[in-house]
Each structure stands twice: as structure tokens, then as C-alpha cells.
Design a protein around this ligand. Structure first.
Ligand code: DOR
Ligand code: ZN
Length: 342
């Protein structure tokens, strides 16, 4: 196949940041995707209707009005079901994000015990609002590589039992346990999959030295898990869809004694995914994953229009320097098999 045209896709999980960084990174997402679910882990986090509406304005200023940011609300121990419902009814946000407290970047205000969320989750279940979950326990006794699988056992199974009709997206899955759980759960349980978790296993973090640009959370796992996540992505099942988790941090913040978690994959996201689907002999499943399953799960219309990828080598630069900000994109210095033609 020399060229691949698909319905215009959406990204169901992005970090667009704020200020100068927002202005630098948002155009990359808007170039490839019609809509994106925007994570609320700013400092301070997005916990009110005005904060979400103002942030959406700043995103429009950075990315253009054509782009449709789908906002999310940051759940805390103090979340109020009435606020969550009115932001949803007023089309300010489409989902709420559960960060277990201290699981990842800017999650200090996250939830210490999901039981604190029960009134809010009950309301979300009733109104059909999606819960996006960062599925990792934070117990320091749990090995970092086990945190997703343990979260499923200790938290997620209970949530799905207590709220059997709640729509849940288990974000950025990294394990066979997560892929199996989502596949076998009801139709109201889905998962996003990032490009990095399709390309990298945990060896990538230590290839010839410590590799900060391969570090994100949840961290990449063993090869058998990468293969399980790949199988899920190309399965054609409507539960699995595209969510890049593009998470830019300035180069100096990544290349540091305590480097930030997050991979900036927005610039070549579709090329990266297409390379995987081709390797798996599943290009026929790419459109569903990128452009249909997510919208159907969120009960939103499919996009009009198309994008085209051409089978042509794409060289990914070592660095992207824009203004005062220097970023290292995912696949820096490598070649991908596909080029985004617009
Ligand atoms: O690697 C990550 N980076 N994982 C997350 O969950 C958050 C994100 C960020 O905001 O940097
Ligand atoms: Zn994320």
C-alpha cells in the first residue's frame, strides 16, 4: 500500500500544558487531529467551570478555532457532583479524570481514596459522563512495574462492581492484564493506547545508558506486555482507541537528575501508529482505532473529512526548538515508514 486515507482522527488523551508551552505544542496536535481530550493536570488543576472554559479559550488561541478541545475535570477528594454535572450539561467538559494522588505529574491534588468519589461517580453513571482513569496504585510497597496490574485488582474491579454502568476509559494501558481486563469487561469499559507503549518495552529505558526520553508513566513494561497491547490495538475491537498521552516537558526537565515523566509524541503521532499497524499487517484496522472507536464510545459524531498518510520515509529531528522552548520528540533521530500528507 502506498497511501492510506482515513476519516479525520481524534486524540482521546493529550497534555497541552499552558502559557508558552501550550502555544508551542498545541499546533502539532491540531495539525493531525480534529478533536482531543485535554487532560486537566495543570498547576493548579482544572477543578472549576470557569477554569476549564478559560483554558479552552487559551487552547483555541494557540491551536485555532477549527480544533475542538474536549475538556476534562480533575477529580479531587472534595469533588462536588453538582459542579461535575453542570459542567457536563453546559458542554464545558466531557469527562472527569481520576488521578490517584501522587501517581504522576501534577497529581498531588488527586484522589486519596476512591470511596471519597462515590457520590460523584454515582452522578456520572446516571448522566452518562465518562471517567478517565490513570490506573496505577501509588503504594510505595508496590513495584513500579506492577502498579497498573495491582490497580486493576485493588481499585478498578471494585469500581466496575459498584458502578456497573459507569463509562470508564482506562488510559494509556501498558500491560497484558489491562488489555485482558478491558477486553473481557462490558461495553462501557474501554482503553486508550499510546504510540510509545506499542513501540517500546522497558529495555528502551536502559538501552546503552539511561534514556530519559523513553520515560513516561505508566512506565513501559516487559516485551510480553508490549505485544499484548499491540494485539489489543490492532484487534479491531471498539474498546481500544487512539490516545497519544503526548506529554511535553522541556529538554532540560527530561535530561535531569530527576527527569520528568512524559513523551512528546504529537509531532509524528499518526506516522508512529501507522508504522505499528503496518508491521502487524493490520492497516485495515487503523481507521477504526484512530477515527471511529473513540467517538463512538464518547457518543460523539464521527468527523467529516479525511487525512492521508503516504508510505515514504520520514526522518524525525533530534530536537524541535521553538521560541525559548526545546523539545525532543518521540522517535528523535529515527526514520518512520509513513509521512503525514495532510
Ligand atoms: O508520563 C506521563 N506524563 N504520564 C502521566 O500520567 C502524566 C504526564 C504528564 O502530564 O507529564
Ligand atoms: Zn496522560
Amino acid at each position: 500500500m502506498q497511501s492510506l486515507t482515513i476519516r479525520r482522527p481524534d486524540d482521546w488523551h493529550v497534555h497541552l500544558r499552558d502559557g508558552e508551552m501550550l502555544r508551542v505544542v498545541a499546533p502539532f496536535t491540531a495539525r493531525q487531529f480534529a478533536r482531543a481530550v485535554v487532560m486537566p493536570n495543570l498547576v493548579p488543576p482544572i477543578t472549576t467551570i470557569p477554569a476549564a472554559a478559560d483554558y479552552r479559550e487559551r487552547i483555541w488561541e494557540a491551536a485555532g478555532r477549527e480544533f475542538r478541545p474536549l475538556m476534562t475535570y480533575y477529580l479531587t477528594d472534595e469533588s462536588n457532583p453538582d459542579v461535575v454535572e453542570s459542567g457536563f450539561n453546559d458542554d464545558v467538559w466531557i469527562a472527569a479524570k481520576l488521578y490517584p494522588a501522587n501517581a504522576t505529574t501534577n497529581s498531588a491534588f488527586g484522589v486519596t481514596d476512591v470511596h471519597n468519589l462515590h457520590p460523584t461517580l454515582e452522578r456520572m453513571q446516571r448522566i452518562g459522563m465518562v471517567l478517565c482513569v490513570h490506573g496505577e496504585v501509588t503504594d510505595p510497597d508496590v513495584d513500579v512495574f506492577d502498579r497498573e496490574a495491582v490497580f486493576i485488582d485493588r481499585v478498578l474491579i471494585g469500581l466496575t462492581r459498584d458502578f456497573p454502568d459507569l463509562k470508564i476509559v482506562l488510559e494509556h494501558i501498558t500491560t497484558a492484564e489491562a488489555a485482558d481486563f478491558v477486553r473481557d469487561a462490558g461495553p462501557n469499559i474501554a482503553a486508550t493506547i499510546t504510540p510509545q507503549h506499542l513501540h517500546l518495552n522497558r529495555n528502551a529505558l536502559f538501552a546503552g545508558g539511561l534514556r530519559p526520553h523513553a520515560y513516561c508513566l505508566p512506565v513501559a513494561k516487559r516485551e510480553k506486555h508490549r505485544l499484548a497491547v499491540r494485539a489489543a490495538a490492532v484487534s479491531g475491537l471498539p474498546k481500544f482507541f487512539l490516545g497519544t498521552d503526548t506529554a511535553p516537558h522541556a529538554r532540560h526537565a527530561k535530561e535531569s537528575a530527576c527527569g520528568c515523566a512524559g513523551i512528546f509524541n504529537a509531532p509524528y503521532a499518526l506516522e508512529s501508529y501507522a508504522t505499528v499497524f503496518e508491521e502487524e499487517g493490520a492497516l485495515d484496522k487503523f481507521e477504526g482505532f484512530a477515527s471511529e472507536h473513540g467517538a463512538n464510545f464518547y457518543a460523539l459524531p464521527l468527523n467529516e473529512g479525511t487525512v492521508t498518510l503516504e508510505r515514504d520515509e520520514e526522518y524525525v529531528p533530534e530536537r524541535l526548538g521553538i521560541g525559548d522552548i526545546e523539545l525532543v520528540p518521540f522517535h528523535a533521530g529515527q526514520r518512520l515508514n509513513w509521512t503525514f500528507a495532510g
